[in-house]
Design a binder for this molecule. Structure first.
Ligand code: SAM
Ligand code: DTB
Ligand code: SF4
Length: 335
């Protein structure tokens, strides 16, 4: 962490007022860059909506082309039958959701899906598996997939559950760019949603991923019955990871009354607290509708999952996404 000089309380002969003002400004900037106490994040959520949008847009424009979005396509390479009991997940074997457990896909099928994603304009391809943690022989298969997808000129991302440090290193050597592993909600709410693992398990995997030199993709879900303070708690956890994640998927679980604007607020606060992260509008876009999605782009979102399917649930049609982006004058990132 950079050394921060704290200015004294009052200007003095040794510390004239100009020095005091300049030092205070530097301190504030450094603080806002490096740590986000939950109370400060919660205060952002409490701002009038238009003021929050204004701040998010300033941060967005200072760090990104405000009219560009990244298109990332998802593929479920191993669906269903997961031993974890995540309360939001249709792929958990603990619940009867109609999702059947399947075998892992073959490498050539994955490559064909990646090729199609590339042809339709995606630059990033994310492979998801319903595992608590991959076995070493699963990693071998994923290594092959990563190499082949990367050879197409796509950025690669995988989300496979908990990783050991050795496994993270193997994926990094195979050329994996990002590893997705979400904190999902605030630490104090986590036990309400999942009991088969704890927050520290997630943080441990994120540590292995970072140490292996992989880029971290880590976000969460809005709409699981958490309070606003707990949403602030999630964002603070993410923003205080050192460094904060390279990309931040914000998923929307269910469309309950009043939540869409709360979702936009969460995007804006993520943008302000993690200026250089790709903030991705993730699950639940169909339920959000076009108006709320447009507000999310305004609030600083600059990445989406692109393609008509997420892992097992639906996503807007490619043509609908293209039409909305065209109407807003937002262009997709070129590879
Ligand atoms: N099994 C791995 C894991 O849990 O890390 C990877 C796949 S899991 C499906 C990846 C993420 O998808 C979860 O952390 C959660 O954020 C998101 N997700 C799963 N089901 C969801 C749902 N119904 N709505 C919104 N997001 C969901
Ligand atoms: C993330 O945060 N969202 C994506 C990706 N990471 C793997 C998954 C969304 C899943 C939505 C429900 C489903 O289709 O399974
Ligand atoms: Fe779903 Fe991943 Fe939880 Fe398994 S570990 S139930 S796939 S979110």
């Amino acid at each position: 962490m950079t050394n921060i000089v704290e200015p004294s309380e009052k200007p003095s002969a040794e510390q004239p007022i100009e020095f005091f003002a300049a030092a205070k400004k530097v301190t504030d900037l450094a603080k806002s860059r490096e740590t986000w106490p939950v109370a400060e994040v919660a205060a952002l959520f409490e701002l009038p909506f238009n003021d929050l949008m204004w701040r998010a847009q300033q941060v967005h424009r200072a760090n990104w082309d405000a009219n560009e979005v990244e298109l990332a396509t998802l593929l479920s390479i191993k669906t269903g039958g997961c031993p974890e009991n995540c309360g939001y997940c249709p792929q958990s074997a603990h619940y009867d959701t109609g999702v059947k457990a399947e075998k892992m896909m073959a490498v050539d099928e994955v490559v064909a899906a990646a090729q199609a994603a590339k042809e339709s304009g995606a630059t990033r391809f994310c492979m998801g598996a319903a595992w608590r943690a991959p076995k070493d022989r699963d990693i071998e298969a994923v290594e092959e997939m990563v190499k082949a997808v990367k050879a197409l000129g796509l950025e690669t991302c995988a989300t496979l559950g908990m990783l050991k440090d050795e496994q993270a290193k193997r994926l990094a050597s195979a050329g994996l760019d990002y590893y997705n592993h979400n904190l999902d909600t605030a630490p104090e709410f986590y036990g309400e949603i999942i009991t088969t693992r704890d927050y520290q398990d997630r943080l441990d995997t994120l540590g292995h991923v970072r140490e292996a030199g992989l880029k971290v993709c880590c976000g969460g879900i809005v709409g699981m019955g958490e309070s606003r303070m707990q949403r602030a708690g999630l964002i603070a956890q993410l923003a205080n990871l050192n460094p904060y994640p390279d990309s931040v998927p914000i998923n929307h679980l269910v469309a309950v009354e009043g939540t869409p604007l709360e979702f936009v607020r969460t995007i804006a606060v993520a943008r302000i607290t993690m200026p250089k992260a790709r903030v991705r509008l993730s699950a639940g876009r169909r339920q959000l509708g076009e108006g709320v999605q447009a507000l999310c782009y305004l609030a600083g979102a600059n990445s989406i999952f692109y393609g008509d399917k997420l892992l097992v649930t639906g996503n807007p049609e490619v043509e609908e996404d293209r039409a909305l982006l065209d109407r807003m004058g937002i262009h997709s990132r070129q590879g």
